[in-house]
Design a protein around this ligand. Sequence first.
Ligand SMILES: Cc1ncc(COP(=O)(O)O)c(C=O)c1O
Length: 395
Amino acid sequence: MPAPSHVMNTYGRLPFALSHGRGCRVWDTEGREYLDALAGIAVNTLGHGHPKLVPALQEQVSKLIHCSNYYQMPLQEQLAARLCELSGLSSAFFCSTGLEANEGAIKIARKFGHDRGIQRPEIIVYEKAFHGRSIATLSATGNTKVQKGFEPLVEGFVRVPMNDIAAVRREAEGNPNVVAVFLEVIQGEGGINPTRVDYLRDLRALCDQKNWLLMLDEVQCGMGRTGKWFAHQWAGIVPDVMPMAKGLGSGVPVGAIVVGPRAKDVLGPGNHGSTFGGNPLAMRAGVETLRIMVEDRLVDNAAAMGERIRAGLQRELAGNPGVVEIRGQGLMLGIELARPCAELVGLAAKAGLLISVTADNVVRLLPPLIISAAEIDEVVRILSPLIRDFLAKGA
Ligand SMILES: Cc1ncc(COP(=O)(O)O)c(C=O)c1O
């Protein structure tokens, strides 16, 4: 009998513990090796134990891990400047997680509304969206499973379907309280659902026309994963507010809200804060992650390896009637199957591959951006027969 756990039971966990990793490989406490095609859900941008990241973090740990935001923060300045340079935005606020970045974005939208005399500001959000599990972000999330039991939800959100500009225009005409549109460029938890480029451009134009904030949640799809620094850059647009997190610190918790001219002066002293947000260790992790990504050309690698994995999966799985669609961009890929497939996660782990399943029937791949062509081929080699056998058994 295993000892009773004192950890709160909020996750369905696989029956093994990871002990250490190197590159795209991780080992469990029993010594079994896995190829990591999940990267801690889009977090381990540089894989595990990166030889350039580890010494930099060690040096930072020995110098200064944390100090409060009572002081000047040169590393915050450095990371903010880099993020603004890469995104074309103007300033950043630092926090530690994705939900905090989104919570901050929601506060910015509300305050933006109040500053314009709108007493009950509303934000347009999306079906199947996921923005986090705080009370406000789960209210913005479009999944009743995430919300159930936590009612009353936070008000001030109106929901529309994705990629339907007419639905947003209807809100624009009928609802004077709207102040912002808030969406993931590629929905992650919702099943790897991409927004169309023309839809994003139409949203940008509508937000400009109405003086709304375009707020793009790049928590999962950002940080080079899709083959551009930020997923919205495929549409050639610039948002007003961009919450991000996950891959930014390569495993060290770092979140950011990066904002453009329309939003940069909305929050002032006393409006927002975070004890851990922007601490020197987190900022160093962000600065070094971006530096190494440039040095090692990882955004290009994400694009090239994304093409390779998609081609491999198409070759192995297209035409199988149980495979509904292979979709996504770069190293953010979903394989939608015709039936629920959560058990594939355990089957893949037994075969030495870490993946996830989201939205019940979508196999999700989010490997580290350092992944090599040989490792991509290995993912395809392990995963394709697993999916084929799983579908054949259920038929
Ligand atoms: C798009 C998106 N937003 C927000 C979050 C929440 O991030 P965190 O778990 O760091 O709070 C997630 C997490 O999966 C996400 O995918």
